[in-house]
Structures are given as structure tokens and as C-alpha cells.
Design a protein around this ligand. Structure first.
Ligand SMILES: Cc1ncc(COP(=O)(O)O)c(C=O)c1O
Length: 393
């Protein structure tokens, strides 16, 4: 291939924590509901509506089953994990004005931290717990922070930058013992880790379609219906009373069908894909470390981490130049969700990294399309970009 064609060809996509491509099999399941089956699932007077409603309810049952929920009515469709997180946190505190204390963790996604901070500005007592050097929050720290008036603890299942998998079951059990609701942002974990809301004691669980090879603009919140403590949520938007009155708005039938198909495929292929991705990820790490001896620092844990995640900092590297000089690969430095901010990643700072090392970091998100060849290209690209800085120095 001539060099100008090579430079014009699409970069190797290694940013699967930011988003994933739509799987063809998901698109196929969706297409009928974008074409002939275009009915409104709330239309009660004709077959277009009945068939759309049947598709939504079938997807709801399937999702409840895949997520280990007790009841399909626990599934509330939303536009994605940002909305689910906001609905869980703001909706719960608004419905229970008597209990004014919440607990979360410094490395949560902004769609969890910011609703809590907004409530704190209105008088909520808030504990934002620190993590250790690998990114884990300790269940003991949560136990110590719990108070009589604590209403909600929110801890993500897996981190979007460093892939750290939190001890969710232990934390959920603690909350259950103390009669405190437990919310889990599973945007990065769903379809990749084993999660079952009823078994794991998760009262509220958020996920989103576009991180699991499904469509963008669709997500869900699992809201436990049975058992104690009783959960009440105040809606964030009002209207036709869809989704049990919790989230009004005409349902995007094709996207809902796609979300169910996407999660089904992820879970069916989960174990084999985890093994494949972890091997590619470990090879990427080993080859970077061998090419840049002593200069590659792993951010996040070695073991309890998402199989497709590698996050590393490079010593003596200008992070802004590194990202500008990288050719032929699409990766992220810090979280894509907040990459509009030029500041170093708060997640890496929370691990104890210096601002310079946090800036000189790359997040590789390996996924379904990633091959050995891609890993080789990524290593070559990073080594070449860093060599440019050394030669200029
Ligand atoms: C952990 C986590 N939570 C929430 C979100 C927001 O999800 P959505 O894009 O569906 O709003 C993201 C997206 O990057 C995420 O990684």
C-alpha cells in the first residue's frame, strides 16, 4: 500500500471503553423495527402497537433473565448509563427526603459523582471515599462511613479508565445488612463480568447499549421491586407514564430489541472472549514493557481488571505530545467521557499518580475486533511516538 493510502486508512480501533461498534447480528435484530414494525408500543388500538409492545416486553423479559433480576418489571429503559445513574441517585434522594447521607467513591464516572455533588450543594451529607494504589475501595471503609441516615451507596462494578473490578458482592451485602440501598454503575462491566442483581444484592443497576456492541442512546436501570429496604424513586421526567411512571417518553423499540440481543451475545461469548482479550492485553503490556524498559508503569490492578483494559503511564514523556504524535491507532488518554477537559485524569490522580504521569498515560480498550496484528501495530506506534520525543530532546 502506498504510504499516503496507509496514512489515510482507518486507524486501529483500541478505544472500546469509549464505545463499541454495532454488531451486525444486533443490527439484523433491530432492522424490522426500523422498517415495517414501526408501531408505537403504547398504541393500544391496533396491531402495529401490539406487535411493538410484544417486542419490547420480550426484550424486557430477556434482559431481566440475563441480568438475574427477579421480575421483568424491574427493568426501566432509559437513554443510557448517564440517565440511569442520574435517575437512581437523584430519584432516590428526592423520594426519601428524610435520609440525607450518601456514599460513593472518588473514581466513579462523572454521571455518578456530579448528581451526588449537586445534592451536596443542596445540603446532602456526602462521603466520597478514596481508593488504594490499584483503584480498589475497601468494604471496611464503606462500613465505617455508613450512618443511620445513609440512604444510598453507589460503587461501580468496573472502572472505565483502569478496568478495576470492585468487590461488589461484599459491598452489597454490607449495605443489605444495614438497610441501605446499593446502586452499581455497570456500564463497563455488563456483558463482560458475571452480574446477577438478585443474587449479588444489587438494588439499582445501570447499563448502556453502546458499550456492549449495541446501539447508542439506549440503556436501562434495574430497580429492585421486591424485598427490603423498599425502594421508591421520584421520576426525573414526566409525561405519558411509560416505564411504570418512572421514565415517560415513547420507547425506542428497535434500540430496546438491539440492547437485549447485544447483551445476549456478549454473555453467550463472554468466557471465550475474556480469555482471548486478556491474552492480547497481556501481550500488549509485555511488548510495551520490553520495548521501553523501566518506562512503562501499569495503572490499576494486575488481576481483578476488565480483560480488555490496559492503562499505562510512561516516564519522561510529554503526554500531550504523545497523543498528538501517535499514528494509526485510536486510543484514549484518560476517560473519553471527559476528554474535553485538558486536566489530568482524576482517576489516575486518585491512584496517587503525579499530574505529569497521569497526563503521560494511554488507555487501551481491546474488543471484539482486536487481533494480534493490531497489538503489534499499537506497540510500534507508541514506541515510534516516544522515540520522536527522545530524538527532539
Ligand atoms: C462507567 C461509566 N458510567 C457511565 C457512562 C455513561 O454512559 P452513557 O454514554 O450511556 O451515558 C460511561 C460512559 O463512558 C461509563 O464508562
Amino acid at each position: 500500500m502506498p504510504p499516503e493510502a496507509a496514512s489515510r486508512s482507518a486507524p486501529v480501533y483500541l478505544d472500546h471503553h469509549a464505545t463499541t461498534p454495532l454488531d451486525e447480528r444486533v443490527l439484523e435484530a433491530m432492522l424490522p423495527y426500523l422498517r415495517e414494525e414501526f408501531g408505537n408500543a403504547a398504541s393500544r388500538t391496533h396491531a402495529y402497537g401490539w406487535r411493538a409492545e410484544a417486542a419490547v416486553e420480550h426484550a424486557r423479559e430477556r434482559l431481566a433473565d440475563l441480568l438475574g433480576a427477579r421480575d421483568p418489571a424491574e427493568i426501566v429503559f432509559t437513554s443510557g448509563a448517564t440517565e440511569s445513574n442520574n435517575l437512581a441517585i437523584l430519584g432516590l434522594f428526592e423520594a426519601e427526603p428524610g435520609r440525607r447521607h450518601g456514599i460513593t467513591v472518588a473514581t466513579e464516572h462523572p454521571s455518578v459523582l456530579d448528581p451526588f455533588r449537586a445534592l451536596a450543594r443542596r445540603g446532602l451529607a456526602l462521603d466520597v471515599l478514596e481508593v488504594d494504589g490499584e483503584g480498589f475501595v475497601s468494604p471496611d471503609a464503606i462500613a465505617r462511613a455508613l450512618r443511620d441516615e445513609t440512604l444510598l451507596v453507589s460503587v461501580m462494578a468496573a472502572n472505565n479508565e483502569i478496568g478495576a473490578v470492585q468487590p461488589i458482592r461484599e459491598i452489597a451485602a454490607l449495605c443489605r445488612e444495614r438497610g441501605v440501598a446499593f446502586h452499581c454503575d455497570a456500564a463497563q462491566a455488563a456483558g463482560k463480568l458475571e452480574l446477577a442483581t438478585a443474587r449479588d444484592g444489587i438494588d439499582l443497576l445501570s447499563l448502556t447499549g453502546h458499550k456492549l456492541y449495541g446501539p447508542k442512546g439506549i440503556g436501562l436501570l434495574v430497580v429492585r421491586k421486591h424485598g427490603r429496604p423498599r425502594l421508591r424513586l421520584e421520576p426525573r421526567q414526566y409525561g405519558g407514564g411509560h416505564e411504570g411512571g418512572l421514565r415517560s417518553g415513547t420507547l425506542p423499540v428497535a434500540s430496546i430489541v438491539g440492547l437485549a440481543r447485544a447483551l445476549e451475545l456478549c454473555l453467550a461469548e463472554r468466557e471465550a472472549e475474556a480469555t482471548r482479550l486478556a491474552a492480547l492485553r497481556d501481550r500488549l503490556h509485555a511488548e510495551l514493557a520490553a520495548a521501553l524498559p523501566g518506562r512503562v508503569l501499569l495503572n490499576g490492578p494486575r488481576d481483578a481488571r476488565l480483560p480488555g483494559n490496559l492503562n499505562v503511564s510512561f516516564t519522561d514523556v510529554d503526554g500531550d505530545r504523545l497523543i498528538a504524535d501517535l499514528q494509526g491507532i485510536a486510543v484514549s488518554s484518560g476517560s473519553a467521557c471527559s476528554s474535553a477537559l485538558p486536566e489530568p485524569s482524576p482517576v489516575l490522580l486518585a491512584l496517587g499518580r503525579s499530574p505529569a504521569l497521569a497526563r503521560a498515560s494511554l488507555r487501551f480498550g481491546l474488543g471484539r475486533g482486536t487481533t494480534h496484528d493490531h497489538v503489534g501495530k499499537a506497540v510500534a506506534s507508541v514506541v515510534a511516538a516516544i522515540a520522536l520525543q527522545s530524538s527532539a530532546a
